[in-house]
Design a protein around this ligand. Sequence first.
Ligand SMILES: *[C@@H]1O[C@H](CO)[C@@H](O)[C@H](O)[C@H]1NC(C)=O
Ligand SMILES: *[C@@H]1O[C@H](CO)[C@@H](O)[C@H](O)[C@H]1NC(C)=O
Ligand SMILES: *[C@@H]1O[C@H](CO)[C@@H](O)[C@H](O)[C@H]1NC(C)=O
Length: 296
Amino acid sequence: MKTKFHLVLLHVIAVVLSFQQFSDGKVMMEYIGATGRPVTFDPVPIDDGVDFHFILSFAIDADASGNPQNGNFSPYWASTLTPDAVSSIKARHPNVKALASLSGWSLGGTVLRWYTPANPNLWISNAFSSLKSIITTYHLDGIDIDYENFPRHNESFGYCIGELITMLKNQSVITVATIAPFYITVLPYIDLFNRYGDVIDYVNHQFYTDKVKTPQGYLKAFQLRVEQFDKEKVLPAYEVNGRGIQGDAFFDALALLQRNGFDVNGVMIYSADASASDNYYYEKRSQAFLLNSTSV
Ligand SMILES: *[C@@H]1O[C@H](CO)[C@@H](O)[C@H](O)[C@H]1NC(C)=O
Ligand SMILES: *[C@@H]1O[C@H](CO)[C@@H](O)[C@H](O)[C@H]1NC(C)=O
Ligand SMILES: *[C@@H]1O[C@H](CO)[C@@H](O)[C@H](O)[C@H]1NC(C)=O
């Protein structure tokens, strides 16, 4: 009995150690569920060697007609991404985490925007409780911030979002927080990051909005964004069938980043909804790239 117990214990320790060694901080970010298509987690290729984050798109502070709800968020991602679906993909792949992305561009025909809450602390408190409920129900691990439209006066954004993330982490509701600026919205995100960068784990900058089509252009954009944020936290990004650099030139860009001394700590892809049509080519190659660069 005793020996068997020890063997089991050793096995557990060995698995934990090898898992830690394998993942080596490489992370894959995959948005999913924004288009309303009946997408599922199951066909997405997940390599054991990376930390794989699914970002459910989106949780929105609005009713179904798009009217703001003073911080009371509701899930609007594809209804196929159920709480059971999340727990089942996490059970099959211990390296999977799931995040709720906040806001996104629009809901139905309504363009969504950050607005200055009448009472910022009430907004934070509503956001905390509604998100805690969604996170618990769906077995989530974190949130991603994807507000895409801002008023001229957006000073409340840094405070409200920064305090929200801080509270969610402090109460152990979440373990991971990411932000997703794009080229027009970078200013409010820099303000947020300058004040609350300690609780932000990754910057999913939407490089495909930087209007660069070549590896050289990508390198320049990357150099700018790591200056604005933190070179350990900024991840290169790719939009499937989308804007910016397209096709294998993206992988040439990743190699160029490495040759210029940047650690490529992960890749963000938008999105699984589009990737089904090419059999997840970019997810497969991105993970192969990340694992290959682990060993050098
Ligand atoms: C946000 O606020 C800053 C500072 O007031 C302002 O310069 C900027 O234009 C505003 N909007 C965006 C989208 O950055
Ligand atoms: C939460 O905040 C309290 C008070 O500032 C602090 O003592 C505690 O260590 C924090 N807990 C976590 C998990 O960050
Ligand atoms: C792996 O790295 C080696 C050495 O840098 C390189 O020659 C090879 O093309 C890489 N393979 C992939 C799949 O990225």
